[in-house]
Write a protein that binds this ligand. Structure first.
Ligand code: CS2
Ligand code: MG
Length: 405
């Protein structure tokens, strides 16, 4: 008798930050978890799942992962977008988790087996000034990271993407009923950041992989100027130089610099990036499994990328749950053109809510050998931390006009 899905429950919790988790249970008692966290719009995905997807899952054969994906993607008519694809992604990962547990295999074995022994990772180093940034980089190297993203403050600005003040880790979504408004000045940033990155390269020497995130804020001309100005620093990548929805923007940048380009954390399907990949306008595609339709769809994006020698560099901030990180490490183990996994790390409470088999050591991540994704959920502990409204900031220029945060 084939197994059947008997329940699909949406669990929203907030252990230091909001997470949305889909729990799928089968008639044979197998439990699969999927991440559906979309920073700042968590309840939209929770409702999409709870009100429109979960009822359709009951009675379905959990082994039919791709058919379920096609059913949810084509059956909705209104396709794509972060909410829809995060919901589909959660179902997809939960079903891969179930399949692995049912077959007693870690998911990477079901994806063709390992093509590597471990996954190179990078983390965030930040500093309000360059000295603080260099201290932060030293601290990350001391715990084994061989690749570090460098973000610093900008003189004249009170807040800058990616940089926190004080000891707490960087969490962009501020709790409260309204987004925080930040002032942004691209000219000040462009005048400052090449010197910061040069100071970082001078400090760390030639070996450390240095990454930087411009977070969607430059025009194509400004992005080309920045890429050219740091070319001799041999960066691992410059990320999100221009607003990601304009796939043509990077064409100009590509003509003016060989600095490697990464983009894609806000993409949700292959349709958002197939020109960027097939025309080699980028070197790394950054889609997150949670936001791009799950393992089943991201593996297709990475397969297209492999044809064009573009590498995977998945998004892995603290605002995707350890379930997504686990799924990403499993996919990376079985993906020949996998480049690097972002790993900001989690608060110890989050690790307690989502106990996981994946682990970090000496700059690399490994998935563990637990059947499935290898991430469980302590639902009782999670229930002690209910959802709290939290929004990503918005950004305005000095003249008060809106810009991209
Ligand atoms: C950032 C993210 O990690 C990154 O590359 O772009 O931290 C991004 O700002 C957050 O995921 C937004 O919630
Ligand atoms: Mg980014």
């Amino acid at each position: 008798m084939k197994d059947r899905i008997v329940s699909a429950e949406v669990l929203v919790c907030s252990p230091t930050r909001n997470f949305v988790t889909l729990k799928v249970v089968t008639a044979d008692g197998v439990v699969g978890y999927g991440d559906a966290t979309l920073n700042g719009r968590e309840l939209s995905v929770a409702s999409y799942l709870r009100d429109h997807v979960a009822p359709l899952l009951i009675g379905r054969d959990p082994s039919r992962i791709e058919d379920t994906w096609q059913y949810l993607y084509r059956g909705v008519y209104w396709r794509r977008g972060p909410v829809t694809m995060a919901a589909i992604g959660a179902v997809d990962v939960a079903l891969w988790d179930i399949k692995g547990k049912t077959l007693g295999q870690p998911v990477y074995q079901l994806l063709g087996g390992a093509v590597r022994d471990r996954i190179l990772s990078y983390t965030h180093a930040t500093g309000w000034d360059t000295a603080e940034l260099l201290d932060s980089i030293n601290a990350k190297r001391a715990i084994g990271f061989q690749a570090v993203r460098a973000q610093s403050g900008v003189p004249g600005l009170d807040s800058v993407y990616g940089v926190h003040r004080g000891a707490q880790g960087y969490e962009p979504a501020g709790r409260g009923a309204y987004p925080v408004e930040e002032t942004w000045d691209t000219d000040a940033y462009l005048n400052h950041v090449p010197g910061v990155l040069a100071a970082v390269r001078d400090h760390v020497g030639p070996e450390l992989k240095i990454l930087h995130d411009a977070h969607h804020r430059l025009t194509p001309q400004q992005a080309a100027r920045l890429g050219k100005s740091v070319e001799d620093l041999d960066l691992y990548w410059l990320e999100d130089l221009t607003p990601a929805e304009d796939q043509n923007a990077l064409r100009l940048v590509r003509q003016h610099t060989t600095t490697p380009l990464a983009i894609g954390e806000v993409f949700n399907t292959i349709w958002d990036c197939h020109h960027l990949i097939s025309e080699n306008l980028i070197d790394f595609i950054r889609v997150a499994i949670v936001h791009a339709g799950g393992i089943s769809h991201v593996r297709k994006i990475f397969a297209l990328a492999e044809v064009h020698q573009v590498r995977g560099g998945p998004h892995g901030p603290s605002d995707v749950s350890p379930i997504t990180l686990g799924a990403s490490v499993h996919l990376g183990m079985a993906t020949p053109n996998f480049g690097i996994q972002e790993f900001m790390g989690y608060d110890p409470l989050v690790d307690e809510v989502f106990p996981h088999a994946w682990s970090f050591d000496d700059g690399y991540l490994t998935p563990g050998e637990q059947p499935g994704i290898g991430v469980e959920m302590n639902e009782e502990l999670a229930s002690l931390y209910p959802y709290e409204p939290a929004y990503l900031p918005v950004a305005r220029r000095r003249d008060g006009s809106m810009t991209d945060w």
